[in-house]
Design a protein around this ligand. Structure first.
Ligand SMILES: NC(=O)c1ccc[n+]([C@@H]2O[C@H](COP(=O)([O-])OP(=O)(O)OC[C@H]3O[C@@H](n4cnc5c(N)ncnc54)[C@H](O)[C@@H]3O)[C@@H](O)[C@H]2O)c1
Length: 331
């Protein structure tokens, strides 16, 4: 790696958000080290970056220590969708907690800045709308989502303790629902679910009556928020909400996908999964004020680009079904 360029480590760099972040950092002139165990990430997501002299990919599981020299660490590694993080819940908690300890230890040792990809799930099933950063959340510590929610909450605790105890330069982003190309086609998340079902000509599954709301941020907007947060002065730590505050019901989203894809599938209802939040919407006042950031890509445009991505994938591979199972991470 060159000595003059900023050196950035992206854990989970072969995943959905991580791969877009690697691209963005390379475009901004950084040397990028992507570290991933390919649990839910795919080499296809970064194949176009291999060969760039400023990009390097390393297979590594962050639950084990890592010693590299970098200036900035984006800690993105963690399966993000319920089907994936519930597949091996013990490994999910390990990735969040032990992974955070390993990456914070690295940041402390080499004096790097470190950004944690936290999540709106730290608010659980919120009783306050929209959620501001000072809301402490309503999380069930025993339910099937707890491995992720509590893992991420504990990671936040570790970040702030490293700052208090070791003056580590930390940033914590609470990411809300993000969508876009390179989402895993079978991750059970609502946007990819609807698009994949629509493109396969299947019925579209609505959990509950579809009146629960979500707010969706396009991946390029989200990545821009992460980069801006990393660039702030050391006094800015977050936690900071990053997401799109425009709320839409899940039913409305399904209807838009049907229109965009020309699907003839019907909307069919299923029972709502345990602890599924009924409403989720960020207050992004802090990000607007501190970063001068707000999402710019309209849902219609972002959805069209995402549909195009899945259409291409379907054309090239003949099927989207082969992507169903994550790789065994072990642990
Ligand atoms: N996408 C969203 O809407 C969203 C919302 C909130 C928070 N986040 C957070 O952003 C981060 C990225 O999410 P994503 O949507 O890109 O998910 P993703 O599953 O596509 O990416 C996660 C990446 O981390 C890798 N990984 C998992 N465990 C690992 C380990 N132990 N060691 C090394 N690599 C490991 C996976 O292989 C994958 O490449 C996650 O930390 C997630 O919690 C995402």
């Amino acid at each position: 790696m060159s000595l003059t360029r900023k050196r950035a480590l992206v854990t989970g760099g072969a995943g959905f958000l991580g791969s877009h972040l690697c691209e963005r950092l390379l475009r901004d002139g950084a040397d990028v080290l992507c570290v991933d165990n390919y649990f839910t990430g795919r080499k296809d997501n970064i194949a176009h970056l291999i060969g760039d002299p400023h990009f390097e990919a390393m297979r590594h599981d962050i639950t084990f220590p890592l010693y590299v020299e970098v200036d900035e660490i984006y800690n993105m590694a963690c399966p993000a969708s319920p089907v994936h993080y519930q597949y091996d819940p013990v490994q999910t908690t390990k990735t969040s907690v032990i992974g955070a300890i390993n990456m914070l230890g690295l940041a402390k040792r080499i004096g790097a800045k470190i950004l944690q990809a936290s999540t709106s799930e730290v608010y659980g099933d919120p009783t306050v709308h929209p959620q501001t950063e000072d809301y402490r959340g309503n999380v069930n510590p025993l339910g099937p989502r707890a491995c992720y929610d509590e893992g991420k909450r504990c990671a936040e605790t570790l970040f702030f303790d490293y700052r208090r105890q070791h003056r580590t330069r930390i940033k914590v982003a609470r990411i809300f629902n993000t969508y876009g190309p390179r989402m895993h086609p079978n991750d059970g998340r609502v946007v990819s679910n609807f698009i994949v079902q629509a493109l396969r000509g299947e019925d579209i599954t609505l959990y509950g009556d579809g009146s629960q709301t979500r707010a969706f941020c396009y991946v390029d907007d989200l990545v821009d928020g992460l980069v801006r947060l990393m660039a702030t002065e050391d006094a800015v730590t977050g936690p900071m909400n990053l997401g799109n505050p425009v709320e839409i019901t899940v039913r409305e989203l399904a209807e838009r996908v049907v229109r965009l894809t020309g699907s003839r599938g019907a909307l069919v209802r299923r029972e709502l999964p345990a602890d599924d939040p009924v409403q989720r919407c960020p207050d992004i006042g802090m990000a607007k004020r501190v970063l001068g950031w707000e999402p710019g890509v309209a849902l219609e445009d972002g959805l069209a680009r995402t549909v195009e991505y899945f259409r291409r994938m379907l054309r090239e591979r003949g099927s989207l079904a082969r992507e169903a199972e994550p790789a065994r991470a072990g642990g």
